[in-house]
Design a protein around this ligand. Structure first.
Ligand SMILES: Nc1nc2c(ncn2[C@@H]2O[C@H](COP(=O)(O)OP(=O)(O)OP(=O)(O)O)[C@@H](O)[C@H]2O)c(=O)[nH]1
Ligand SMILES: [Mg+2]
Length: 450
């Protein structure tokens, strides 16, 4: 259980050895505890050099101490930072010394949780802290810092303000049942709901893109042995990661790789060609191929351009989850001396490439973006909202409530009720109506010390 009145302590820098390591204290007793360890007087907002001394009077280390008095600190409480040498043993000794003097070891994310509980940041900004720490590409980091700086909280709060104004107007109309309908039309309620609906749709699209930016796109390469799956992986990766040979059945175990395609994290799996085999390793590899296919956003089906789609690929298609996107890749066009191209057909997009020469790879990447709803080039000014499922669900509920309100525009009571629902769903994003369970879940994903 969290006790918000306790003073917490943790190592805030990454585990392992480093030049400098930081131990952080937060809570009312931070200064008293830290002063008990230091040989000089600690001064607020002053980088003081101290010896850190254990209760047995032995020196643990020497370094800098920073003191940020409440409320002007990250958590809104008194914060002390010890900057010591980055040895895990030294840092642990400082933590132990603080615990001896009354601090308790922080839970994962507890510093950020306190910042949220003390209204220093809202829930969306707290989530952005962990997204920024975990960002795997520059674009993902930029998007997280947008959320952390409050850009998206501002958009959500602005929408919330309009929603509340509208709801109050409709509720006021309820007091005059005779003139209710006139009031609704005079107040342009219907137009305002439609406008909110359009804004919501744009936010949902940006959130869907942000979710991919945060979590990455899952892609699986499938196809018969020898069609060029591993060659394509190497081509996308720009290095010889997978073994390529003319022997069918070269890849027997799946190879998972993280790449960045135009700044978007992509998790790509090169698989063992799906075929009948007695080779135990290959059988297990084929089983893994199926598992990867089940969770993929996009399956890239590779065939030889000279052969085309066969019965074999059609059998795989039948087993595939219906929401998996598919792109057909006709490989080895160099052998046919034909040019790369991309065409839309009734069974999906066909992209003609050569994994050997690289011809058509950019066209393929365009198609990958197209199939995930991502713009094919995200420029740096684009506002992508670093979203998670929780946000998407809430945004979906807001949109549904607005649709219901629009459909029942002549019944002011229903309109008011739907607008209330929309308001609650929207506020849950920034954390106004949020259960303790949800908070536990969100902050539990953090590392200790953040
Ligand atoms: N000419 C030509 N050869 C290619 C192309 N792509 C792959 N190959 C050749 O096809 C053979 C098989 O390529 P791989 O990439 O190992 O094929 P795979 O689908 O991974 O094969 P398995 O792992 O056995 O399932 C190799 O000899 C490659 O050099 C291409 O675009 N053009
Ligand atoms: Mg292979």
């Amino acid at each position: 259980m969290l006790n918000e009145s306790s003073t917490i302590v943790a190592v805030s820098t990454a585990a392992g050895v480093g030049g400098i390591g930081v131990v952080r204290l937060s809570g009312t007793k931070s200064l008293e505890i830290a002063q008990g360890l230091c040989d000089n007087k600690i001064v607020a907002r002053y980088a003081g050099f101290h010896r850190f001394i254990h209760s047995d009077n032995k020196t643990i280390d020497q370094g800098i101490v920073l003191y940020f008095p409440a409320p002007n600190s990250f958590t809104g409480e008194d914060i002390i930072e010890f900057q010591a040498h980055g040895s895990p043993i030294v840092l642990q000794q400082i933590v132990n010394a603080c615990v001896d003097k009354g601090a308790v070891v922080a839970e994962p994310g507890e510093f950020t949780k306190r910042a949220y509980l003390n209204n220093k940041i809202d829930l969306m900004q707290a989530e952005a802290v962990i997204d920024l720490i975990n960002a795997s590409t520059e674009k993902a980091a930029k998007s997280a810092i947008n959320s952390l700086s409050g850009k998206f909280s501002f958009i959500i709060n602005d929408l919330l303000k309009n929603l509340i104004e509208l709801r109050m107007y409709v509720e006021a109309c309820l007091d005059f049942p005779e003139e209710e309908i006139d009031f609704i039309s005079q107040g342009n309620v219907s137009e305002k709901i439609n406008k909110l609906h359009i804004t919501m749709q744009a936010i949902i699209e940006s959130a869907q893109q942000g979710k991919l930016l945060r979590e990455g796109i899952d892609i699986v390469l499938v196809g018969q042995p020898n069609v060029g799956k591993s060659s394509l992986l190497n081509q996308l990766l720009g290095e010889e990661r997978a073994i390529v040979t003319e022997i069918a059945g070269t890849t027997r175990d799946s190879i998972s790789t993280e790449i960045s395609l135009r700044g978007i994290p992509v998790h790509i799996v090169d698989t063992a060609g799906l075929r009948e085999t007695d080779d135990l390793v290959e059988i297990m590899g084929i089983e893994k191929t199926w598992q990867s296919l089940e969770k993929a956003h996009i399956a890239l089906f590779i065939v030889e351009a000279g052969t085309g789609i066969t019965k074999y690929e059609k059998t795989i298609l039948e087993r595939l989850p219906s929401d998996t996107r598919k792109i057909w890749i006709f490989n080895k066009i160099d052998l046919l001396k034909s040019r790369s191209k991309s065409i839309d057909t009734v069974d999906g997009t066909h992209v003609y490439v050569s994994a050997k020469t690289g011809d058509g790879i950019e066209l393929l990447i365009d198609q990958i973006f197209d199939n995930t709803g991502m713009p094919s080039n995200i420029d740096d000014n684009q506002n992508i909202f670093m979203a998670r499922n929780r946000h998407l669900e809430a945004l979906g509920r807001v949109k549904k409530a607005l649709t219901n309100a629009a459909l029942n525009i002549d019944a002011a009571e229903i309109v008011a009720e739907e607008l209330t629902q929309a308001q609650q769903a929207l506020s849950s994003i920034t954390g106004e109506f949020t259960s303790d369970d949800l908070l536990g879940e969100i902050f539990g994903q953090f590392c200790i010390g953040k």
